[in-house]
Every structure is written in structure tokens, then in C-alpha cells.
Design a protein around this ligand. Sequence first.
Ligand code: SAH
Length: 685
Amino acid sequence: MKTFCGRANPTTGALDWVEESEEYDYHQEIARSCFADMLHDHDRNEKYFKGIRAAVSRIKDRGERVVVLDIGTGTGLLSMMAVTAGADFCYAVEVFKPMAEAAQSIVKKNNFSDKIKIINKHSSDVTVGPDGDMQEQANLLITELFDTELIGEGALPSYEHAHQHLVKAGCEAVPHRATIYAQLVESELLWRWAQLQPVEVEGARLVPPPAVGRCPGAHSVCDIQLSQVSPTNFTPLSPLCTMFSVDFSKPVSSAFQSHSTSFVAQSGGRAQVVLSWWDLDMDPSGTIVCSMAPSWMYPQPTMAPWRDHWMQSVYFLPVETQVAEQEELSLTVCHDDYSLWYSLQSHSLQDVRAKTLQSRPSCTCQAHLVWNRPRFGELNDRQRTVSYIAALRSVLAEDRVCLSVSDGSLLPVFAHMLGAKKVFSLENSRMSKQVIEEVLEANSVKGGVALLEIRPEQLTSQDLGGDQISVLLGEPYFSTSLLPWHSLFFWYCRTALAGLLRPDASILPCSASLHVVAVEFQDLWRIRAACGTCEGFDVSPMDEMVQRSLDFRESREAEPHPLWEYPCRALTQSAAVMTFDFTQCVPEQPSSSRGSLPFIRIGRCHGVALWMEYHLTDDVTVSGGLTQPISEQGTCEWSRHRKQGVYFLRSAWDSSGDGGAAVSYSFTFEPSLGDIKMDFSITDQ
Ligand code: SAH
């Protein structure tokens, strides 16, 4: 069945009525789910299997039948492990219907249908009794309901309910226990994601609004591949602290709790950030441990298992505080049913507890709602600011009237500080208008920029006080962009504003280009690779389901990933495949580009990386992708501020690197859709 959905097109900015099959979102969810990543996570699977075998044996040794409750069975994997280990019966509960169906066919294919009952319900709706979903309460509770923050997917309420209704007292649980670890650090790099730092503009200093400095920041957890943040990027102020453990074999509470750990500061510095991860003890004695520690915690970093479905968390303290070496401090973690937050107390203060917050702090200044964390990082990137200021200086003169089009941008403030006659800025929301207003106020230049909450196509000469625009500015940055080329929205804005531009108006950036390089991923390939068998179980129905969802669209699509977190090696040179001339309006006709990139390095090509570069002027460029030339070995350095596009090949290609084969590409920019269609194939040269 087809339905019409109103969707704001991220490139054209228009509200398009797109004909979508009802199944579109569902297929997207499956195609982009992390099931493949979980099934490829051998470390996790192996430890679950060991833990399950040990728990089944303990119950059998007591002479009891083993009745399992597997909450969130997904593919049915953990239930199949339990039956293989000797469990008598499994109730496998899965709330997501397509997954429950996949579990059904996987369980059947592996001949476990008589011992595993799939229940397509949320566990809190499961009933027990002669007519219930479960005939009896279970004595082995198996779950994998964790996210990077451990409890963010609702593990605590699910456990709480299961212990009250679905399992027997004294049951065994796999995992048996989870423990959360935290380390307090000073990190210039990470703190740049939370707080706006002063910016030097031609000898003047642009300071952040005081409200931003006082704000505890964004509500959401910051989950990242911490292994990709080098230990040179932070200074530990505390040892690694064990914050708290949850025993899953006993009744669990999802009510508010706080846990404090005291320590002596091992170094003086600015207490800014808490790095955190957890581990799972699969058995009561803690001999089977599945750890989320980042690779730099391992004596041999290459031994660290890679996974994307569980990463590490970064928590930003509500305020930065100076601590002295040897100072006695307490780190407190609080949690409610779904989230965690941290605070730091000094023992020299009277009431240590007084400063712990009963509810999760959230943004009070709005800046953390307008700017997400990578965006804070981008605004705080001094080198980038220098490029924009150099470019601005080259197009600005005293008589210039500037109009800026970018969400929550500091460019119009820079233009004012650099002496433009008049500066206007189109803000996409009341909130971003307010935040930029506060920046102006904090720097005593209120009124220096006229902030207009008007869409480009609705802007009139009257809104500009009768002036014509001599400089149109953009970073460009739009909060609605998901893929790199969505920032072409700037081009559509420029086209809508054509009638308000002076004939000799400067456009900054004057053009943009789309770049590609074929790559071998160190690990990211796992998230889209078929599994076949997992720990000896045939999970191919899951692969087929993902494949059907990927093929649901006629052409496969690129997906956004922050590649600085996912190392890859270039197997070809990079190339600019399309250029977009912002000095002209968006053309009416589609444009295409075809070509090929010969393989020049040996490796396994999993796909191509795509990004945009913005040519601010003829000689100043900022890149949303590669920030350094590709090294001789193919090492790539990626911008941390923007996500790049990744197009996964249907099947990986082994390159011999002799130039005998190439990645052939074809791109078509469809101006009416604001979309770039792409296709790749491997060809012999
Ligand atoms: N057990 C599988 C899948 C884990 S992913 C494995 O280890 O490979 C977690 C799954 O749990 C998801 O499919 C999600 O839809 C489901 N889920 C989460 N909470 C649930 C709940 N309370 N009841 C039923 N299903 C739940």
C-alpha cells in the first residue's frame, strides 16, 4: 500500500509530498539496524554462550528443569544457545514484529521450534499461567537489552517487571551483573563539544554568552568510539572509578539512585569530562567478562573487540572546575529509569550530597539545542574560523551589505566585526535567533546583525530596508542536513534570493564540490555484512530480511557516518566528481558525471566515502571530509565536525592494487528533487 508523506526536503528546503510505501520506514529501520553488527560481535556472542552454558549447568546440578525467559530475543540467538546448552524450554520475547517473525523462521530453520516459543510482545505485557503466554515462571533470565549507556533502552524497567512477574525468586541470570566505570578527565578536545570558546576575530575577541557557560548542556548521552580519541587528547584527573553494579539475578529497581566514589586527584587540572563504559559479568564469580573498555585500556590495543552497537559514553560536567593534585574529591553518578548523569564534589565543601542533582540536568541556554556536539566542535575549530575570516576579509568592504544563510552561524557576527556596512542573517528558528542575539549582546554589538526569522523565498527588499545584497554568505550549515550534499540547500536559497542580489554580488562559498574515494574499512564493514552462521546457528533468514530492506529502494543509498570514528584506508585516489557553481542559480536540467577510480593499493574494498568541500573563495577551501592528503599507505584523516556519506558495495571487492580494476561511478544531480543519485560498479581497466 502507498501513502503520501509530507517530508521537508533537506536539500531544496521544500515540503515535498512523497509517495512512500507504508513499509518504507520499517525497511529503513531493518536496513540500518545494528543486528548484523551484534551477530558479528564474536566476543559478545562467545561470552553469552559460555555464561548460558554455566548457568544451565548450575540449575541442572540443583536437579531443576531449566525454563528460560529471553527478553528481547531478536534473532532468537540466545534462546538457541540456551537450548543447545541443555535448557528444557525457552520463552523468547520480542516486541518488534519483523524481528519476532525473523526469530520464528530462524528458530524453525535450526530445528528448535519445539523448545522455543516466540512471543511477539513487550515483556511487560507477557502473562504467566495455564492460559498465559508462559505456562510457568522461568528460572533462567537471559537478556541483552543494553545500549551504550547500559540502561538507555529501558533495561531497568524491563528487569524490574520481569522479577516481579515472570521469573522465580532465586533465578539465575545471564548476564549476572553489570558494572559501570568512570574516569574524570581534562580534555580540551572533548570540552569543545560542550562549550563555546572565545574566538579571535582580527585582534578582537568574540566571547560566548554567560548563559552558555552556566548551562549544564545537552540532555542526550554522547556515545562515541572512544578508542578513536587518543589518550594524548585528555589528562586523567582520577583513577578509573567503579561507580556501581547491578545484579540482574535479584529484584532490580528503576527508581532514582545515586552512587558516589571518593578519590584523590592524581593530577591538577580542569575537571570537565567523564569518560565511561561498563562490563558484563556473565557468571556470578566474574570469570566470564564482556568489557566495553576502549582499545587504549588494553595492553595490546589491537586485541580489543570492535563493536558499534555498544560504544563508550562521554559525560560533560555541568560546570568546569579547577582541581588540585592530591585534592580529595567525590564523583557522583545519578540515574533514573533510563539515563545517567555525573557531578563532582570537593571534600572541602561541607555538604557533599548537596550538589548532586535529583533529575537529569538539561540545557537551559538553548545553545545546546541549536548546536549539537559536533557543531560546537566545528564552531570552536580555530583553523576553520581563520579560513572563514580570511575569505570574508577578501570579499568585504565598508559599503558591503551582507546576508548570511546558515543555521545558528557566527559568520554574520564575524562580518559585522570585520566592518561590513550592514549584516542580515536568516535564522531558521526562534531558538537560533535568540542564541545569536545573546552572542551579540554578550559582545556589546546588539543590533550589529539584523536577525530575520524568514524563509529565503519569502524575504523581500523591504525586510532588508531597501538595500540590495552585495555579499551572500553561508558556511553552509543546516541542521536538517543528514548527508553531506544536503547542504546544497544553500544553492537553493541563493536561487530564491537572486532578485535581491546586486548584479556584482559576491557569493561565499562561490562553489562546492562532491568528492569520493574507494575505501577498505577496518571494522565498519561489519554493520552491513551478511552473517550466514553465528556461533554455529544459521541466521541467514536475518541476512535475507536485511537484504530485502536494502533492495527496497530501486537504488541503494549512501548513509551518513562520522568517519573519524571508523578508520578506513583509501584504495584509490580521491576525486572531485561534481561541482556546484553557487555564483549561478540552480540549473533546471539534471547534470551527470561518470568516471572511474583505478585501485592503486592492495586491500578489500567495502565501499566509497563521499563528502563535500566548500570553496569559500578561489583560494580558500574548507573540507567536510578529508582534512589531510591521503598518506602513502592510504591513511585518511577525516573532519570530526560533519558526517561523511558511505555507500557500501553489495559485495566487497579484493583489489590487487595494480590498477587493473577500478571503481566506476555515475552521479546524477536532479535539481527538481534536490537529490544526487549514484551508482558504483567494479570494472576492468
Ligand atoms: N537477544 C538478541 C537481540 C538483542 S537486541 C541478541 O542478543 O542477539 C534487543 C532486542 O530486544 C531488540 O530486538 C528489541 O526490539 C527487543 N526488546 C527490547 N526491550 C524489550 C522488551 N522489554 N520486551 C520485548 N522485546 C524487547
